[in-house]
Design a protein around this ligand. Sequence first.
Ligand SMILES: Cc1cc2nc3c(=O)[nH]c(=O)nc-3n(C[C@H](O)[C@H](O)[C@H](O)COP(=O)(O)OP(=O)(O)OC[C@H]3O[C@@H](n4cnc5c(N)ncnc54)[C@H](O)[C@@H]3O)c2cc1C
Length: 361
Amino acid sequence: MNRAADREQKRGVAAGGEAGDGVETAPASGGLLVLVEPPDAEDGPGRFVLAAEGTRLARLLEGPLHLVTWPEGADLDLEALATAAAGLAERTRPAAVLLADTDTGRQLAPMIACRLGSGCVTACSDVLVRDPAAPAGRAGRPVCMTPGRERTLVFVKPVYGGGLEQEIEPLHDTIPVVALDLTGMDAPETGAAALPVAGVLQVDVTPTPRVPRVRRLEMIRPDPRSVDLVHARRIVTAGAGSAGDALLAAVGELAELLEGSVGATRPVVDDGRLPKERLIGQTGRTVAPDLYVALGLSGSPHHLAGVKRAERILAINKDGSAPIFHFSDVGYVADLEMVLPALVKKIKEWRDASGGPDDSG
Ligand SMILES: Cc1cc2nc3c(=O)[nH]c(=O)nc-3n(C[C@H](O)[C@H](O)[C@H](O)COP(=O)(O)OP(=O)(O)OC[C@H]3O[C@@H](n4cnc5c(N)ncnc54)[C@H](O)[C@@H]3O)c2cc1C
């Protein structure tokens, strides 16, 4: 689907391809198999958008459209659904299986692809139809112009945080599975009526009792000292005011006592006191811990850019006018030389008295 493309291609949704009982006898076609979620699903309204896009693409491919859904309110068995969808795909041989890029769609896509022995593309932002005979269109992209020629699909996926787009072509003779990001795509002008309900095939996804294929042996928690700061639940950050030898050691101790990770501001990293992967801020990591302890850092915008998603911020700074206090839930105006060793000592006493680290937060 080319979002800026000719909207005329989207008309005729109601007259689009049909599935239903015709699935059994459908010829190998190069059409599309589209899995639309039931109305009560995570992206109920998106089903119309997806069905409309599927219809438009199937028309460009000049192949049939098979719409598949499952009963509303069903206790969804993803394994059963993936098996059913893969079976349908094998029988109808579509050019691709299309789903919405929802939680369910992202789970299902690789499961179906695995059963088909093909590949899958999630977070796909655009689907193009390649016509080998047509001249390149916008931005050198292939466009479909000549009727009756062999056409293939090209999947567009944003990469590098959306800075670039990657075009992915499926391998020859495979049925790719594509989870399409419907964000920002228009619903069909005709709304709900656009969905060719009569052609929708209901798949039975009633869960069947089966032996679990995954058994949990042990839960190994990540080491907070080495975990990527992006995933850290608690972070204790050393600023320029706590980067001296003794204070930095105490910052590390406090982080360990809190089962947290050590972060750093830019001057601390620039001075080689902590490695670059500990840097938080505009040029470092963006973090989202439950607790962020800011020790001897002023709270520059460059640093705070990486801390906005912290749940709670506790700051200690000897300068009561430091900007960090405007962004803190709890702030202490104090000299870390005095309070940090005492704080570490106190927490150790609590820990020893309670017989171990407290994980309650
Ligand atoms: C393009 C650009 C990108 C940048 N990106 C980042 C980035 O990603 N991350 C980042 O952190 N910075 C970044 N910076 C740098 C940023 O602008 C600040 O210079 C930096 O964040 C300041 O670090 P700081 O708060 O540790 O140091 P300072 O601003 O020097 O603050 C030190 C604080 O410690 C307090 N203090 C000193 N001694 C004690 C003590 N004994 N007890 C208690 N408090 C004490 C002081 O009162 C002071 O408030 C960037 C800068 C630029 C130009």
